[in-house]
Design a protein around this ligand. Structure first.
Ligand code: SF4
Ligand code: SF4
Length: 103
């Protein structure tokens, strides 16, 4: 599986090029040009970053439009992973506060 991945401030974007094969909409490119910062271009039939990943990390406004458009109009090759800041700590605290059965 060929995955093209880059981070943004609170997560990461991954393109699975196996799924991108055969995609003719390039909806991710369109979405980022319409709603984001125009971070993608098409090169050799693939959607790639126009700039270095560090630059994309700085520019991405985390609008999530690329993932939404890819799912709606593309081949579902793009996935966004978001960090859940503080979730582990929150779970630990709420577990401690829960009354034990029978209390
Ligand atoms: S829209 Fe989705 S499937 Fe199509 S090229 Fe972009 S990431 Fe790949
Ligand atoms: S989240 Fe928005 S700005 Fe960032 S790459 Fe996707 S469409 Fe572009």
């Amino acid at each position: 599986m060929a995955v093209y991945e880059f981070p943004f401030q609170t997560g990461k974007i991954a393109l699975d090029y196996d799924k991108c094969q055969g995609c003719r909409s390039y909806a991710c490119v369109k979405a980022c040009s319409l709603f984001g910062r125009n971070l993608f271009r098409i090169q050799d039939g693939k959607s790639v970053l126009v700039s270095a990943p560090e630059e994309a990390k700085r520019l991405c406004i985390e609008c999530l439009a690329c993932e939404f458009y890819c799912r709606e109009f593309g081949n579902k090759g793009l996935g966004i992973t978001l960090d859940m800041f503080g979730l582990s700590e929150y779970r630990r605290k709420t577990r401690q506060r829960q009354p034990k059965r029978g209390e």
